[in-house]
Design a protein around this ligand. Structure first.
Ligand SMILES: C[S@@+](CC[C@H](N)C(=O)[O-])C[C@H]1O[C@@H](n2cnc3c(N)ncnc32)[C@H](O)[C@@H]1O
Length: 436
């Protein structure tokens, strides 16, 4: 592909990504499946350029606005080349546009505006634009995190690491680190999860033999910590209420030594379709996936479990705000209305999951979000309507969960600015003992 064709591809992708809820990754995947002629270098350039424009859309749009242009994918592409790649406008015009597959030449007015881009005082950029967050979310984060909000938003500018969870049923972390080293892969142990390995190289391990053999799984360190905080032990009855692809079920099963049972529920059967094959690979036999309806018709299915489950893990559907380093397009798509809908859904799921917990058992609530409405406020509301539950501070169960070091807070609440994990929240609640 010529530079002009690559730039036009990025603009086309940015337009498609902006117009639909589908994640950027899927748009990019199908775009290149339909264009087999594009080589791996073209694919890499277009993907990285597109992701950078999504990550830095706040800056790009502020700049466009300041120089008097309507922000658009085409303008984002031009400004990105001018300011992030430091290319002179003359070079952009001569080498990156026009031709049969290129973007339309800028008009005389657009050229005059683009010439002003290099002279802008970027220090005047407001915090939301500089942090590359929509205004309403920047305000929400500032209200919640105060002065740390700027650092948190800035942390979303970097790329998330590739993190593995070692399956303790089949391998030790030392074994896997040694194998990776033999293969020349630079990796190190995670700091808080005793099962995790972070790759220092950005490699795609999705077809690695260690994965096929079920010795490792791809899982962010924060999710590994959350699963350990369930303290699922051999012989327990566990419900993974929003099991999805089974990431938490598999991690909990690793601590259960093949004894007990995990009922994996989800309203989306398609998301659960790989659980059994992943479990087989991991040497796990105690997971039973069952699709649920998510409404009152589940009562019959739940009846045998009511009051009898040792651990109910609710890995709730959420904004995904903790994962926006990986999916920067999603932060531009979340609306306050959608967030309110998610918060209501989470409350509904919690109220349906709570009756399953046995006296003395625990309800674990997790989100990959950094927004208090989905996290601390959700738990506060739950506790006020469910007085039979009390908080089990994360700081107090940290050692029992086998986690490394210590953690001083009541909830697990990590943002990408803390130790580099995805943003994640976990609360552990215990149901009071049965009254005599
Ligand atoms: C954060 S994802 C779960 C990820 C999964 N636990 C893992 O570790 O791979 C949330 C899941 O909740 C499911 N879900 C949505 N509404 C639900 C409901 N009312 N009851 C149960 N699950 C629901 C979604 O289909 C989605 O798979």
């Amino acid at each position: 592909m010529t530079p002009a064709a690559r730039l036009a591809a990025a603009a086309e992708l940015l337009t498609a990504i902006g117009a639909a809820a589908t994640p950027a990754e899927q748009h990019i995947g199908s775009y290149f499946r339909a264009r087999r002629y594009a080589g791996s270098k073209d694919r890499r350039w277009v993907t990285e350029f597109t992701y950078r424009a999504l990550r830095r859309q706040g800056e790009l749009d502020w700049i466009a606005h300041e120089i008097g242009l309507e922000p658009s994918p085409r303008m984002r592409c031009f400004i990105s080349l001018l300011l992030f790649d430091d290319l002179p406008l003359a070079e952009v015009r001569s080498g990156w546009i026009g031709g049969p597959h290129g973007l339309e030449e800028p008009t005389a007015e657009e050229v005059a505006a683009l010439e002003k881009a290099a002279t802008l005082d970027l220090a005047q950029m407001p915090a939301a634009a500089a942090g590359n967050f929509p205004d309403w979310l920047a305000d929400t984060l500032t209200a919640q995190y105060g002065e740390s909000a700027a650092d948190i938003m800035a942390a979303y500018g970097s790329r998330a690491p590739v993190t593995l969870r070692v399956n303790g049923l089949k391998a030790t972390r030392e074994d896997i680190l040694a194998t990776l080293k033999e293969e020349g892969i630079d990796a190190e142990a995670t700091t808080l999860s005793p099962d995790g390995i972070i790759l220092n190289d950005r490699l795609n391990l999705s077809r690695h033999p260690l994965l096929d053999a079920g010795r490792i799984e791809l899982q962010d360190e924060a999710a590994q910590i959350a699963a350990r905080l369930a303290c699922a032990a051999p012989g327990m009855i566990v419900v993974d209420f929003c099991a999805g692809g089974g990431g938490k079920s598999l991690a909990m099963a690793a601590g259960m030594a093949h004894q007990g049972k995990i009922h994996a529920f989800d309203t989306n059967a398609r998301r659960m379709r790989d659980i059994q094959s992943r479990a087989t690979r991991a040497g796990v036999t105690l997971i039973e996936p069952v699709a649920i309806a998510g409404d009152d018709t589940d009562i019959e299915l739940f009846t045998p479990l009511v009051g009898g489950v040792d651990r109910v893990f609710v890995d709730a559907p959420c904004s995904g705000s903790g994962t926006w380093r990986r999916q920067p397009d999603q932060k531009w798509k979340l609306t306050a209305d959608r967030l309110a809908e998610l918060i209501a859904l989470q409350a509904d799921i919690l109220s349906r999951a709570a009756p399953l917990v046995a006296p003395g058992g625990r309800l674990i609530y997790a989100t990959c979000s950094i927004l208090a409405g989905e996290n601390e406020a959700q738990i506060e509301a739950f506790l006020s309507s469910h007085p039979e539950f009390m908080l089990c501070p994360v700081s107090e169960i940290w050692d029992a969960a086998g986690l490394t070091g210590s953690y001083e807070k009541t909830f697990l609440a990590l943002t990408p600015a803390d130790i580099g994990t995805d943003g994640f929240f976990t609360a552990v609640l215990e149901k009071g003992p049965r009254r005599a």
